[in-house]
Ligand binder design. Sequence first.
Ligand SMILES: *[C@@H]1O[C@H](CO)[C@@H](O)[C@H](O)[C@H]1NC(C)=O
Ligand SMILES: *[C@@H]1O[C@H](CO)[C@@H](O)[C@H](O)[C@H]1NC(C)=O
Ligand SMILES: *[C@@H]1O[C@H](CO)[C@@H](O)[C@H](O)[C@H]1NC(C)=O
Length: 285
Amino acid sequence: MLESLRGKRMLFVGDSLNRGQFVSIVCLLHQHIPENAKSMETFGSLTVFTAKDYNARIEYYWAPFLLESNADDAIVHRITDRVVRKGSINKHGKKWRGADIIVFNTYLWWMTGMPFKILQKGSFKDEVKDIVEESTEDAYRMTMKSMVRWLKKNMDSNKSRVFFTSMSPSHYKSMDWGGEADRNCYNETKMIEDARYWGSDCSKNVMQVIREVFSKSEVAITFLNITQLSSYRKDAHTSIYKKQWNPLTPEQLADPVSYADCTHWCLPGLQDTWNELLFAKLFYP
Ligand SMILES: *[C@@H]1O[C@H](CO)[C@@H](O)[C@H](O)[C@H]1NC(C)=O
Ligand SMILES: *[C@@H]1O[C@H](CO)[C@@H](O)[C@H](O)[C@H]1NC(C)=O
Ligand SMILES: *[C@@H]1O[C@H](CO)[C@@H](O)[C@H](O)[C@H]1NC(C)=O
């Protein structure tokens, strides 16, 4: 992998799940690089890992909606009333130019506001904002089309590769896999055995939108369809074993189900498999 990244810039763009995939690949690679030949630095929304002897960079750029939104601050983004600005892909896109390999994702943040709020024109600073509500599918389709148009304009498909990682499943509703009510991934230690299992939080409509938009794309986009294989892994989330940003209350501590994170994944773990798929597709397009 390092050899194939020689002289190149690989960029992950998206939400915290894509950051997890970035961290996974950095963990897999950095152990083979001596201490003085690597670095990791953060500049606002951009985190850059450098393998000096290979003149290779692996980067992560925070853009949970790909388009400009009111949740773009890399640290302060816990905003419940989310708004995305139509036609704004260049706001972030100008930082992606020149990448040799781009890996996109976007999904989770679209699933919170329904209907979804779109800033039609103008900027977030305008006093009076022209905001319309759209279905999640329509808002998502608009964004996928923007991304494809941006790729056509900005990426040389002879020299670069584009990947898109499908939605990462969460495990908050144990009823989905026949568990008890009011439970989630907390204390789950086995994967789901039913090969047809599909969680209620993974929208088949959004998957359909992806299929439609990508089938018309003139730029080749390699689709990393990790949804099904990850759906089985109710046991692989960070659960209660993650960094807590706010101290836990005694009530929370008494009820671990209430604060288990069933969205993100432990590392080493599942996301290393996503990167093995990425690696295979990079070598054998
Ligand atoms: C990509 O390569 C093909 C075949 O070598 C060539 O015809 C085409 O002009 C190239 N496109 C660009 C944008 O360089
Ligand atoms: C966790 O799972 C184990 C094994 O299934 C069970 O014995 C234990 O009671 C569970 N703990 C909680 C707090 O649910
Ligand atoms: C991804 O895989 C799932 C399950 O295998 C399938 O249902 C879905 O259609 C695939 N998505 C696309 C866009 O091909």
